[in-house]
Design a protein around this ligand. Structure first.
Ligand code: GLC
Length: 548
C-alpha cells in the first residue's frame, strides 16, 4: 500500500535549498583574536562550495554587547567591529554569489539591545513619551508600582520585566538587555521595512526572522497561568504574547516589501520564520502572502521513534503543500543540543539536566553519529529544503563539559547557574588536526575546544572514505542530481521498522529497528554507513537506491 504526498509546484531556489548555518563567532577566525569573523567566513567559501550547499544563513553579525550572542542588536545596519565591516560583508556576499551561494541574514525584530540608540533615548525620556512608546514600558502593580505589570517570565529565566530608575517597568521576553519593541508603533513598523530594504540592497537573498511568533502582545496585558505554560512553544490558546493572530499582519507587510524588491531587482528573495509554535499554526505563517518558509521544529523535537518521525514528516509535507510552500528539515542549530549527542543519549534524557549533572559516558557517541548520518540522508531525500548547522557535517557532538567560568549564554546567568544553556553547541569549529585552536584561528578560541577536537577536524576527514564529511559531500552531490527534481513522494510499506519512500524511481529507506532489513532490487547509490552489506540494510542506517 502506498500513499502519495504532493509537492507544491514552484522553481524558486529556496524550495529545495541546502542552507548552511554559520555562527560567525565560531566558524573561522582570520585575524587571530579568538573570535570568528567575516573574513574567516569568506576564506572558507571554497569549503562550502565543495560541500555543495546552496545558501548560507549568517547568525547576527551586527554591533552588539553580545549579552545574548548577538541577538541583542545595537545597530541593524552595520557589522560588529569584532566581525569586520560592512565592506567585508559586501565582499563576502559578492564572493558567495560568484560561487553560486545565496546569503540569508538574521533579522531580530522582537527586541533590540539595551545599547540601541532608541532604548538609550527611551530610558532617558519620561513615561508616556514617544521615545518610550517604541518599547513596552508600563507602570507596575502594588501600592507603589513595586510589582511587575504581569507575571510573565523571561524565556531565559526570571521575570520578563525590569524596572527603570523612575519606577516604570520595561518588558523583555528574553534577557534584561533585550527590551521588547512595541509592534503597534508605526515608527517601529516602518523602521524594519527599511532594514529589510537595506540588506536586500546590500545583496542579501533572504532573511531568517528571529522570534517571529512573539512580536504582538495582548493589549490588556493579562497574567498567564504559569503552571500550565510551556514557554517556547505556543501551546496555550490565546497566549498573551506567543503566536497571536496579529503577527500575520506584520508578516504580510514584510512580504509585500520583499515582493516589491523582487520585482525591482529581478532577484528571488525569501524569508524564513523562527516560529516555535504548535504544528497546527505553522501553515498560517506560510500562506502565500506571508513567510516563504518556517523552520520545522516539530521534527527537530522528535525522539528516535519511527512513528513520531513519520507522522511529523507527513504532516510537514502536507501542511507546506496546502499553502504552496515547501517543507524545511533541521536537526540542529545554535539553540539546541547537537543531534549527534541527542541521538546517543537514552530516550527521555533531560538535556539541560544532563549538561549540568550527567556523566559524559551516558552518551553513546558512536550510536549518536550513526543515527545522525542515517537521519541526515533521510532528510536530504525528502521534498523541501534542509538547514545544516555548522559542524554537523563533521559529526560534532555537544561539548558537555565546558567549565562554568567560560559559560557565556544568558540562560546560565538568568537561571542563576542552574542551566548551562547553549554554549556547548557553539564551540569553534576544528579545521586542522593540530595547532592553536585546531585551525579555527592563529591563537585561542573564545570558548575552549575539547582536546580530541582535531580528530573530528576537516583536515582529519577530508578525502577519507566513510568520514561524516565525505558522506555529506557525496549525499549533497547525489541529492542535487536526483532527489531535488523528483517531485511527489510515495510512502512505501517495506518493513514495519523502516521509513521508506520513493520519488521518481529513487528510493530512500531508513532502518529504525534492531535487525537487518532486506535491500530491495535496484542500484545502491549511497548508504549512510559504509559497513552496510550489499544485500542488507543494517540497523540505524539509511540507503538510497535507484529502481531498475
Ligand atoms: C532566538 C535565537 C536565540 C536567541 C533568542 C532571542 O530563539 O535563535 O539564539 O537567544 O531568539 O533573540
Amino acid at each position: 500500500m502506498s500513499e502519495t504526498i504532493h509537492v507544491a509546484a514552484g522553481t524558486e531556489w529556496w524550495r529545495n535549498a541546502v542552507v548552511y548555518q554559520v555562527y560567525p563567532r565560531s566558524f573561522a577566525d582570520a585575524n587571530g583574536d579568538g573570535t570568528g569573523d567575516v573574513e574567516g567566513i569568506r576564506s572558507r567559501i571554497p569549503y562550502l562550495t565543495q560541500l555543495g550547499v546552496n545558501a548560507i544563513w549568517m547568525n547576527p553579525w551586527y554591533p552588539s554587547p553580545l549579552l545574548d550572542g548577538g541577538y541583542d542588536v545595537a545597530d541593524y545596519r552595520s557589522i560588529a567591529p569584532m566581525f569586520g565591516s560592512l565592506d567585508d560583508a559586501k565582499r563576502l556576499i559578492a564572493d558567495a554569489h560568484d560561487a553560486g551561494i545565496r546569503v540569508i541574514v538574521d533579522l531580530v525584530p522582537n527586541h533590540t539591545s539595551w545599547d540601541h540608540k532608541w532604548f538609550v533615548e527611551a530610558v532617558a525620556a519620561t513615561p508616556g513619551s514617544a521615545a518610550r512608546d517604541r518599547y513596552i514600558f508600563r507602570d507596575g502593580k502594588g501600592e507603589n508600582g513595586e510589582l511587575p505589570p504581569t507575571n510573565w517570565s523571561s524565556v531565559f529565566g526570571g521575570p520578563a520585566w525590569s524596572r527603570c530608575e523612575d519606577g516604570q517597568w520595561y518588558l523583555h521576553l528574553f534577557d534584561i538587555s533585550q527590551p521588547d519593541l512595541n509592534w503597534t508603533n508605526p515608527e517601529v513598523r516602518a523602521e524594519f521595512c527599511d532594514i529589510f530594504r537595506f540588506w536586500v540592497d546590500l545583496g542579501a537573498d533572504g532573511f531568517r526572522v528571529d522570534v517571529s511568533h512573539g512580536l504582538i502582545k495582548d493589549p490588556d496585558f493579562p497574567d498567564v497561568d504559569l503552571a500550565s505554560e510551556i514557554l517556547t512553544v505556543g501551546h496555550i490558546e490565546n497566549h498573551p504574547h506567543w503566536d497571536r493572530d496579529e503577527v500575520h499582519e506584520i508578516n504580510r507587510e514584510w512580504r509585500a516589501v520583499l515582493d516589491a524588491k523582487e520585482v525591482e531587482l529581478g532577484r528571488e528573495l525569501m524569508m524564513v520564520a523562527e516560529a516555535w509554535v504548535k504544528p497546527e499554526s505553522v501553515p498560517l505563517y506560510l500562506r502565500p502572502d506571508e513567510y516563504h518558509q518556517s523552520f520545522n521544529f516539530d521534527f527537530l523535537g522528535c525522539p528516535w521513534d519511527i512513528t513520531q518521525m513519520r507522522s511529523s514528516i507527513n504532516r510537514a509535507l502536507v501542511d507546506a503543500a496546502s499553502v504552496g510552500s515547501s517543507a524545511t528539515w533541521v536537526l540542529s542549530n545554535h539553540d539546541v543540543v547537537r543531534h549527534a549527542t541527542r541521538y546517543g543519549l537514552p530516550e527521555g534524557t533531560d538535556y539541560q539536566e544532563w549538561l549540568m549533572h550527567g556523566s559524559a559516558e551516558l552518551c553513546d557517541h558512536t550510536l549518536g553519529v550513526k543515527r545522525a548520518r542515517a537521519i541526515t540522508m533521510m532528510l536530504l531525500a525528502l521534498p523541501g529544503s534542509t538547514y545544516i548547522y555548522q559542524g554537523e557535517e563533521l559529526g560534532l557532538h555537544e561539548v558537555h563539559d565546558l567549565p562554568h567560568e567560560v559559560l557565556d549564554d544568558p540562560v546560565w546567568r538568568r537561571s542563576e547557574h542552574t542551566r548551562k544553556g547553549r554554549d556547548g553547541c557553539r564551540v569553534p569549529i576544528p579545521w586542522t588536526t593540530t595547532g592553536a585552536s585546531f585551525g579555527f584561528g592563529s591563537d585561542g578560541s573564545w570558548l575552549p575546544q575539547p582536546s580530541d577536537w582535531g580528530a573530528q577536524s576537516v583536515e582529519a576527514q577530508d578525502g577519507v572514505a566513510g568520514s561524516v564529511l565525505e558522506l555529506y559531500r557525496s549525499a549533497l552531490a547525489l541529492r542535487a542530481a536526483s532527489w531535488v527534481d523528483s517531485g511527489d513522494l510515495n510512502w512505501l510499506e517495506l518493513d514495519p521498522h523502516a521509513i521508506a519512500f520513493e520519488r521518481n524511481g529513487y528510493v530512500c529507506i531508513t532502518n529504525f529497528g534492531d535487525s537487518d532489513i532486506q535491500l530491495p532490487d535496484g542500484d545502491l547509490l549511497l548508504a549512510s554507513d559504509d559497513s552496510a552489506s550489499i544485500a542488507m540494510i543494517a540497523a540505524n542506517t539509511t540507503v538510497w537506491i535507484k529502481r531498475p
